[in-house]
Every structure is written in C-alpha cells, then in structure tokens.
Design a protein around this ligand. Structure first.
Ligand code: 13P
Length: 251
C-alpha cells in the first residue's frame, strides 16, 4: 500500500506577513513537477493564516497550530473550528509538545480537539512523543501508547487523522532520532492503529516524524517502512531547506 508522503512545516511563532509573502515567492520558484507526489502543508500562526493561504496559492495546504474544542463561548484568546473554516482553513496541529509543556495541553484536551476536528471533517495532525527523561527510563513505549490510545479513542474518523511522532528531546536540539529509533516507535503506532481500526485503516494511516529533521537526514528516515513524512520546525523556515526536503521525499 502506497501512502502519499506528507511534508509539513511548523512555523511555530515565526514570521510576519511580509516574510510569508517572500517565503512563498521563493518557494514557488523552487517548485518541481515531482512535488505532486507529496502533500505539502504549513502550520502557521493564526495572524498569518489568511496571508499564507493567499500566498501559497494552492502550492501547499495551510493549517492552524492549535484550535479550541468548544464551538464558541467565553474563552479569551482562543479560536474555534468554525473560525478556522471561515478563513478556508481545514485542519490544525493538535497536542504539539510545546503546547503540552507550556500551555497545559493534556491527553484529555488533545482528545477533545481530535474528536471535534475529525467530526467536522477537518484534518487533525495530532502529535505525540516522549521526553528525554521518559526515554532514559525506558518509558517511551508506555508514554506513546497512552497518548496514541487516547487519540485513537477520540477520533471520529481515521481518514482525517495524521499522527506525528516527535520525541521531545529531538525537537530544536539537533539530536535527531536515529532511523531505527524512529521506525521502532512508528511501528508501535501502526500496530496500535491495526488493533484499533483494523488492517486496512492502519495501512492508510500516515505517521510523520518530527524533531531536528533536515535536508540531510530526511531521506534515511523516509526509507523506513512506517515513516510517511515529516513535521519540520527549523528547517521549514527557509524555502531552500524545505524545498530540498521535498525534493528528497519526492524523487
Ligand atoms: P525542529 O524541526 O525545529 O526540531 O522542530 C520540530 C517540531 O517541533 C515540529 O513540530
């Protein structure tokens, strides 16, 4: 079963409107015909969703970095699914480790967001991953299993669900997981998907790796049988790097 790879940039709290326009101008000049072999996405700050959507001009799908699970209400500073849709935005990251670490995101709030997004026919790109302490105390499997079970239980449909495995110790540190370390966790996740949704759905589920993925290590990761793409932070900020990664994945 061939799964279409996904290369997704996560711009975190970077860029202004002018920088977004400049990015896509240069990005468009690097576009290759091979790129149709991958789904290209960018998760951008709320204030840049509209300008990115316009500047990307169909070259990439623009998604949010977070969304609230309630439809509306007294939640100052939050954004709803309908408000994303209003801009033509049809997906969001959910449960990125920075949201879990700094903003109190829990398995429970992640689950609610996955339910609402998948119920609304929106893409939920849900992130999981263990901390350095958890890896060093051999809890990687237990932690990822707990996070994934919660997401799978919450998903109304697996068709609009994508998983990103991002070991926290590899994010922004330059310490990429080895191909083997990443593959072992991706295999675990696909096994859990098989138990939960059955063989056919598990074979279709796309599982991305994230954590210091770069032009020079993406190809090795992509050769692993259960790695279907990347969620890229730092190396997605410059068109030259991100284009090189897409070239690697689509060759
Ligand atoms: P880096 O690629 O900068 O390590 O970030 C990974 C990440 O958190 C993507 O969501």
């Amino acid at each position: 079963m061939m799964r279409t790879p996904i290369l997704a940039g996560n711009w975190k709290m970077h860029k202004t409107s002018a920088e977004v326009r400049a990015f896509f101008k240069e990005f468009s000049q690097r576009t290759q015909s091979n790129w149709v072999r991958a789904d290209i996405m960018f998760a951008v700050p709320y204030t840049l969703l509209a300008v990115a959507q316009e500047a990307a001009d169909g070259m990439a799908t623009i998604i949010a970095q977070n969304v609230h699970f309630e439809a509306s209400g007294a939640y100052t500073g939050e954004i709803s699914i309908d408000q994303l849709r209003d801009l033509g935005i049809l997906g969001s990251l959910v449960g990125h480790s920075e949201r879990r670490q700094y903003y109190g995101e829990t398995d429970d709030t992640v689950a609610k967001k996955v339910t609402r997004l998948t119920d609304a026919g929106m893409l939920a790109l849900a992130c999981v991953g263990e901390s350095r302490a958890e890896r060093e105390s051999n809890q990687t499997e237990a932690v990822v299993t707990r996070q994934i079970q919660s997401i799978f239980n919450a998903a109304k449909s697996i068709d609009r669900l994508v998983i990103a495995y991002e070991p926290v110790w590899a994010i922004g540190t330059g310490l990429t997981a080895t191909d083997e370390q990443a593959q072992a966790v991706h295999k675990l996740i696909r096994g859990l998907a098989r138990e939960h949704f059955g063989e056919g759905s598990a074979a279709k589920l796309r599982i991305l790796y994230g954590g210091s993925a770069k032009p020079d290590n993406i190809a090795g990761l992509m050769q692993q049988p259960d790695i279907d793409g990347g969620l890229i932070g730092g190396a997605s900020l410059k068109p030259i790097d991100f284009a090189a990664m897409i070239d690697n994945v689509t060759q």
